[in-house]
Design a protein around this ligand. Structure first.
Ligand code: FES
Ligand code: FES
Length: 153
């Protein structure tokens, strides 16, 4: 097994690890750092359950190698609530009744957070496009799009 030492920050904490060069960042986050809020759904970059922010961009960590995270800044769902106060996206998801399972929700929150922090305005159609990489198997999309609109207000 070939390994490489990498350093990145996750939710503001610097981490240095020796990783298998074939290891996905999702495996590193869940199995080695116990950040299990980031979920594994499809494992092939289709469902968005594994979405985190890397240097502010939404990334599917199941198809992102841990070694690529060297020197990067990562944010996961665990870092979103600060001192017990939910982030804008989290609060909006709650307010709009957009949370049904714990599986897809972290990914949706990270995608909505990315939109909120972009400072841009989005139409409802643009929101749908932006979150099209996140799937909700119970098709709760109306409320999720409502939540994104609320978070972006
Ligand atoms: S688990 Fe990564 S996109 Fe589905
Ligand atoms: S709320 Fe998670 S799959 Fe629908």
């Amino acid at each position: 097994m070939q390994t490489k030492k990498i350093t990145f920050t996750v939710n503001g904490r610097e981490v240095t690890l020796e990783v298998d060069i074939r290891e996905s960042l999702l495996e590193t986050l869940r199995n080695r750092l116990q950040l299990i809020g980031t979920k594994k759904g499809c494992g092939v970059g289709e469902c968005g359950a594994c979405t985190v922010l890397i240097d502010g961009e939404t990334i599917d960590t199941c198809i992102y190698l841990a070694v690529w995270a060297d020197g990067k800044e990562i944010r996961t769902i665990e870092g979103e609530a600060v001192d017990g106060k939910l982030s804008k996206a989290q609060q909006a998801m709650l307010d709009e009744g957009a949370v049904q399972c714990g599986f897809c929700t972290p990914g949706f929150v990270m995608s909505i957070t990315s939109m909120v922090e972009s400072g841009k305005q989005y139409t409802r159609e643009e929101i749908k496009k932006e979150i099209s990489g996140n799937m909700c198997r119970c098709t709760g999309y109306q409320n999720i799009v409502n939540a994104a609109e609320r978070a972006l207000k």
